[in-house]
Structure formats: structure tokens, C-alpha cells
Design a binder for this molecule. Structure first.
Ligand SMILES: [Mg+2]
Ligand SMILES: [Zn+2]
Length: 200
């Protein structure tokens, strides 16, 4: 492409500088991955982080990963709680993490139920693509950490490095994951973060 014409004395901006620098991210599932999954969390007071989560997030941040939560919150469509409740839960999460000198770069959530037939509910990839746009994320060098096959399935579709955390009590659905088995099968969130960080 020919360089654009420019007036004498005005330095043109190089093309590379005009393009935003792409960053890598770790996409994080929320319930059952960062915090204990109580099925439908409707109040900030119900947020309880798993042990080692702050340490794991710090490790990822120190390796230059953006931290992006992508979560299915069908409780909104089901009428169990409101969007405002979800926002206040995210605010609480940020407050808890701020005490550790950490912060989630962005939260995304799907408010629909499976029967709504939307494309933002995981394993749909709409929210991930939106995040990639919003935050200039380079997906091929990014990763996902989740506790369910649907997290891994979304990650596979996007070409992410996938990590399954076996945080919760034994779950049948993990053992029928089949083709959606993860690149990293970790016993804890921290172990998943260590594996991801070790790969670059
Ligand atoms: Mg989960
Ligand atoms: Zn949705």
C-alpha cells in the first residue's frame, strides 16, 4: 500500500502504530471457577472465591494476560435475579480482588436461558468475539478457564488454549465431555493458571 501523502513538516503515523496492539487474554468462567457455584447466585454476599484464585489471577496478570470474565447468567431470564443484581455481584468481586491488588478487565454475561435460543450463551462465542473487539484481544494466543464442558467447547471453537478446573464435587457431565476434553485438566484454579503461564 502506498504511503499516504503528507504535508511537509508533519510526520506521518506509521501504519503499524495506527493499528491497536493486540493483547492476549485469559477468559474466565465465573461460577464454579472463580467462586463457589451455588447454582444461582443472586446477592454479592454469596460470593466466595476458591482458595488460590487471587494467586492464580496475579500470576496470569504478571504474564501480561488481560482478565476477562464470560459468564452464563440464565437466572436473569428465569426471573431469579436481575441484571442489577449481577452488576452488584461483579462490583463485589472487584472489591474483593482490589484488596489483592487485582482487577478483572471486563465482565461479559449472557442473561438468556437455553430456550431463548440466543447466540451469546456459552458454548456460543458471541461474547468472546465482542470482548476481542472491545479489548483488542489476539484470540490465538489467549486461553479459557472453566469448570464445564460448555466452557471448553466455546474455547475450542475460538482456537483458545483450554483449561478445565475440577473445582466442584464430582460431576457426571465432565466425564461425558468427550470431544470437548481440555488441553489442560487441572485440579485447581491455581494449577490451571500455572499451566497456562508455563506455556508462554
Ligand atoms: Mg461454571
Ligand atoms: Zn444470551
Amino acid at each position: 500500500m502506498p504511503a499516504p501523502p503528507h504535508r511537509k513538516g508533519v510526520r506521518p503515523i506509521p501504519m503499524a502504530a495506527a493499528r491497536p496492539l493486540l493483547r492476549r487474554a485469559v477468559f474466565l468462567d465465573r461460577d464454579g471457577t472463580l467462586n463457589v457455584d451455588l447454582k444461582y447466585i443472586s446477592e454479592p454476599g454469596q460470593i466466595e472465591l476458591y482458595k488460590g484464585v487471587a494467586q492464580g489471577l496475579r500470576l496470569l496478570a504478571s504474564h501480561g494476560f488481560l482478565l476477562v470474565v464470560v459468564s452464563n447468567q440464565s437466572g436473569i431470564s428465569r426471573g431469579y435475579y436481575t441484571r442489577e443484581a449481577v452488576e452488584s455481584i461483579h462490583k463485589r468481586l472487584q472489591e474483593v480482588l482490589a484488596k489483592e491488588g487485582l482487577k478483572i478487565d471486563r465482565f461479559y454475561y449472557c442473561p438468556h436461558a437455553p430456550s431463548d435460543g440466543c447466540s451469546c450463551r456459552k458454548p456460543g462465542i458471541e461474547l468472546f468475539n465482542r470482548a476481542a473487539q472491545d479489548l483488542s484481544i489476539h484470540l490465538p494466543s489467549s486461553a479459557i478457564i472453566g469448570d464445564k464442558p460448555l466452557d471448553i467447547e466455546a474455547g475450542r471453537k475460538l482456537g483458545l488454549l483450554t483449561a478445565l478446573v475440577r473445582n466442584q464435587a464430582f460431576r457426571v457431565d465432565l466425564d461425558v465431555a468427550g470431544e470437548y476434553s481440555a488441553d489442560i485438566d487441572a485440579p485447581s484454579f491455581l494449577a490451571a493458571c500455572e499451566s497456562i503461564s508455563a506455556r508462554g
